[in-house]
Design a binder for this molecule. Structure first.
Ligand code: RIB
Length: 295
């Protein structure tokens, strides 16, 4: 199993279910309020840890109750939380989530995530050095992401970036990334030379792109340099929040098996993740993943 350093966000998810998303100006009655541990960095760390990877997370929480809940949860899954910093000026970030049983919408408040600075990354060089894979998302400041990629590239690490929510990375940074894992919306940030279709973007990218595509599955360039589409597994879907995060965490966890095998396992893990509410509740353990009969 890989030794993974996640550099990313820690949020508290305030979530409710709706049978359809509200129109502008419409008020809806939702289901009961649920409070879950979330944040793309946090979720991806937990996804990899539940599958047996050794995981450390570098991020920021506020000096508050929500922050302590996130720490408690990370400890439960044996994620190394030593590098997490507590920010005195800002609260722990929150995400306001509405989900139907096929989709979700999310608004993230900035909170302490925005205090994770490029200097924090410079201070963490030895931490980066001691890990095989550096896994990033875009819920922390752009300059922090860039510093992490620059250092990890210099140290010859495997760098995996989930560009969510989409923030434009400088053109000279993208080739330093080992794998990009966008969804069908985020991939548009990697268009170049007029490439328009998902297939064109993937074929012409200097960095391997594995596009997660919700219920349509996965699109990527295989070893034969052909576009390959793997359809998603059909499972009873309750809440898709965190499915992409499960994919990213699982992909890193299984990358030592080769990237095509890692994609296959990650697709299975993300299929299981949507069968329960909350970003993290459905994430499978290695035992659950192995036991499940996929068709
Ligand atoms: O990807 C799902 C996550 O996005 C949620 O947990 C929420 O916190 C936002 O970061």
């Amino acid at each position: 199993m890989n030794n993974i350093l996640v550099i990313g966000s820690l949020n508290t998810d305030l979530e409710t279910s709706v049978d359809h998303f509200p129109e502008t100006g419409e008020t809806l009655i939702g289901g009961p309020l649920q409070i879950h541990c979330g944040g793309k960095g946090n979720n991806q760390a937990i996804a990899a840890a539940k599958l047996g990877a050794s995981v450390t997370i570098l991020g920021a929480i506020g000096n508050d109750h929500f922050g302590q809940l996130l720490i408690k949860n990370l400890k439960k899954y044996h994620v190394n939380i030593t590098p997490i910093k507590t920010c005195k000026q800002s609260p722990t970030a929150t995400a306001l989530i509405m989900h139907t049983n096929t989709d979700n919408t999310i608004i993230v408040t900035e909170g302490a995530n925005e205090s994770l600075s490029a200097q924090d990354i410079l201070n963490a060089e030895s931490l980066i050095k001691s890990h095989d894979i550096i896994l990033l998302q875009q819920e922390i400041p752009l300059e922090t992401q860039i510093e992490a990629i620059e250092i990890a590239y210099r140290l010859k690490k495997i760098i995996v970036v989930n560009p969510a929510p989409s923030r434009q990375l400088p053109a000279d940074i993208i080739p330093k990334i080992s794998y990009l894992l966008p969804n069908e919306h985020e991939i548009k940030a990697f268009r170049h030379n007029g490439s328009e279709t998902y297939e064109d973007i993937i074929l012409h990218s200097s960095t391997p792109i594995i596009m997660t595509w919700g219920r349509s599955g996965i699109l990527f360039k295989n070893k034969e340099k052909q576009i390959q589409h793997i359809p998603a597994y059909t499972v009873p879907t309750v809440d898709t929040t965190g499915a992409g995060d499960t994919f990213c965490g699982a992909f890193c966890c299984f990358l030592h098996l080769g990237y095509e095998k890692a994609i296959e396992k990650a697709l299975q893990a993300s299929a299981l993740s949507v069968t329960r509410t909350g970003a993290q509740n459905g994430m499978p353990t290695l035992k659950e993943l192995t036991a499940f009969q996929f068709h």
